[in-house]
Design a protein around this ligand. Structure first.
Ligand code: GLN
Length: 250
């Protein structure tokens, strides 16, 4: 009986150790792949290219992380508002999705140090009929956003705006093109990328929201968070980060 109890104790201990190490670096290495969640309609951070591959600034950072761990990268495409739940459920190891560090999100996930700065932009059709310079001028209008983004939050905060929420920015811009909405509100860098691709659109204003992007890991996963922060430091000090900026933004 004593022997049995002893054995049970060992089993319970081993189990609890393996549970607390879930998604540890060892786990990820054992699995042989790093699972990174993202939403790929957010160029130049993550988007689908001509070869149907998800590429971009964030994807290159994800590749660096996987390379340093000696594992393959697996990009997991999800709607933006499903990323945090997927992380909490352990379906992905981290989120790299141009995700703004907000106090609300930081309650449920842990963010790396910031790796990019952003503001919101208002995109309209270029016909000159409607050129809002402030968010308040969107009152009484139909405005498309991506569900659950900071763009969604700032627009939903202003009364009188008819907010239309999409899972994909590509769909939001389709609505703008077809005249079914009057504007799209999203982060400035992707706004510039869409305007570059579709000359029918233009940015009527950039609203200073002072956002910074972070990589999110499961709450309490210090080991993975430290690894991400170290890698970001190395990328910056080695000049690799600067090269990625040149590659995707110039
Ligand atoms: N930065 C914005 C946010 O975190 C938008 C991110 C995105 O759409 N990928 O809400």
């Amino acid at each position: 009986m004593k022997k049995f109890l002893g054995l049970m104790l060992v089993v319970v201990l081993l189990l609890s150790i393996s549970l607390s190490f879930a998604q540890s670096l060892t786990e990820i290495k054992k699995r042989g792949k790093l699972l990174v969640g993202t939403e790929p309609t957010f160029p130049p951070f993550e988007f689908v290219d001509e070869k149907n591959q998800v590429v971009g600034f964030d994807v290159d950072i994800a590749n660096e992380l996987a390379k340093r761990l000696g594992v393959k990268l697996e990009i997991v495409n999800l709607p933006f508002d499903s990323l945090i739940p997927a992380l909490q459920q352990g379906k992905i190891d981290m989120i790299i999705a141009g995700m703004t560090i907000t106090a609300e999100r930081a309650k449920v996930v842990d963010f790396s140090k910031s790796y990019f700065e952003a503001n919101q932009a208002i995109v309209v059709r270029k016909d000159g009929k409607f050129e809002p310079k402030k968010l308040e001028e969107l009152a009484g209008k139909k405005v498309a956003v991506q569900l659950g983004t900071t763009g969604d939050l700032v627009v939903s905060d202003i009364s009188g705006i008819n907010v239309v929420r999409f899972q994909k920015f590509t769909d939001a811009f389709l609505e703008l093109q077809n005249g079914r909405v009057d504007a799209v509100v999203l982060d400035e860098a992707p706004a510039k990328a869409y305007v570059k691709k579709f000359p029918k659109f233009s940015i009527s204003a950039v609203v200073d929201t002072g956002e910074t992007y972070g990589i999110a890991v499961k709450k309490g996963n210090k080991e993975l968070l430290n690894f991400v922060n170290q890698t970001l430091d190395i990328l910056k000090s080695s000049g690799a980060y600067g090269k990625l900026i040149q590659k995707w933004f110039e």
